[in-house]
Design a protein around this ligand. Structure first.
Ligand code: HEM
Length: 358
């Protein structure tokens, strides 16, 4: 009875926090936006950044200046993802790694310069994030069609949405108008991006730092329904999870045995394994079903259920049972993540080349 009451309460709380406005945040400063002001963090509950609401971004941002922007992005993605389905996952992740560091400002794309060290060399990114050539190709096509108009930060957001859709996931109305930073932060990249062996408390803390709540944490972790991870990201679970030379007790036995063949005790650190071995290229809710069976690949996946936080445990079960609920919440949380601290108006710039500041 108590658990039924709790479940009902959670569902109501969850729906009231998420079933909010796809209401348009209001027209404002025209195309190219002047002085839109930068929102600070995804903040609050709503799809458009919740309580702080207004970010200066809006879906029609390029309606006059580059109406074909999304079509250009999609045509490149279609070709690239048909050839290599994993690229969808890599591009989705790139947007996440952008937004958690200084906000969604394309800082992740900047190469080393005399002014700063590139985020590409941070611990979470080095030898891991991919997709830069695809972003370059999209950018050069956009520069041909609409010179100096579409920012690299918006390209990352459009590519993340397009990759989700092309993998079979949800679509959403995407606020646009982000501008590009002139700086990157290697330190923030190391400090803000969650490590794969994170406890549930660390995950909650790092998401909260970005204005994202437990609902966002669980739904956005569902991005791990596509893509791969290197052995180095989950090896500890196989051989020495708690410093006692024992495997992670929350890891299902047959899955554990399979993983050991991919990831031996010594060597093989760059061998890769799917985050969702059942359907690694299809965006669906099987990721959550696998977690229910002890088959989450990363510690950070499995602790959503095993971490003893009732809110995240409840959501894993709810998303495992209802793919429409997951799709709907994923879309809302992606908008919220995409609204983290954008540069708008006269802040930042539209880079000519996504790898270097103008
Ligand atoms: C909750 C905290 C998260 C942690 C600890 C985490 C960690 C990781 C790690 C370690 C990998 C494998 C990287 C490698 O081995 O090279 C990975 C892959 C991936 N992550 Fe996450 N991640 C998290 C959240 C997210 C979010 C919020 C998204 C997107 C919305 C995302 C999207 C992806 C995707 C799509 C891949 C596969 C990339 C590929 O195949 O190239 N992750 N993540």
């Amino acid at each position: 009875m108590a658990s039924l009451l709790y479940a009902t309460f959670m569902l109501i709380a969850f729906l009231s926090s998420s079933a909010v406005c796809f209401a348009f945040p209001g027209f404002n400063f025209g195309w190219g936006g002047t002085g839109g002001g930068s929102g600070s963090g995804g903040g609050g509950d709503g799809a458009f950044g919740g309580s702080q609401g207004y970010t200066g971004l809006f879906p029609e941002f390029y309606s006059f200046s580059c109406p074909q922007a999304n079509d250009i992005v999609m045509s490149v993605l279609q070709r690239v993802i048909a050839k290599e389905p994993r690229m969808a996952a890599s591009l989705l992740r790139l947007h996440f790694h952008d937004c958690f560091v200084q906000g969604c400002d394309a800082s992740v794309l900047l190469d080393d310069s005399v002014m700063f060290a590139s985020e590409k060399n941070s611990v979470p990114n080095s030898n891991s994030i991919r997709g830069f050539e695809v972003i370059d190709e999209i950018k050069s096509k956009l520069e041909e069609a609409c010179p100096q108009t579409v920012s690299c930060a918006d390209i990352l957001a459009l590519a993340a949405r397009g990759s989700t859709v092309l993998s079979g996931g949800p679509n959403w109305e995407l606020p646009l108008g982000r501008r590009d930073s002139r700086q990157a932060s290697l330190t923030d990249s190391n400090n803000n991006l969650p490590p794969p062996n994170s406890t549930i408390q660390i995950l909650i803390t790092l998401f909260r730092r970005q204005g994202l709540d437990e609902v966002d944490l669980v739904s956005l972790s569902g991005a791990h329904t596509i893509g791969m991870a290197r052995c180095t990201a989950f090896k500890q679970r196989l051989y020495n999870q708690d410093g006692n030379d024992q495997p992670d007790s929350t890891l299902e036995r047959t899955y554990y045995n399979d993983l050991k063949t991919v990831c031996p005790k010594t060597g093989g650190d760059n061998n890769i394994s799917p985050l969702d071995f059942d359907s690694p290229a299809r965006f669906d809710n099987i990721y959550f079903k696998l977690i229910m069976g002890g088959k989450g690949l990363l510690t950070s996946d499995q602790v959503l259920l095993a971490g003893n936080v009732e809110g995240t445990m409840f959501l894993v079960k709810a998303f495992a049972e209802d793919d429409a609920l997951f799709f709907d919440q994923f879309a809302r949380s992606m908008v919220k993540m995409g609204n983290i601290n954008p540069l708008t108006g006269y802040n930042g710039e539209v880079r000519n080349n996504c790898r270097v500041a103008n």
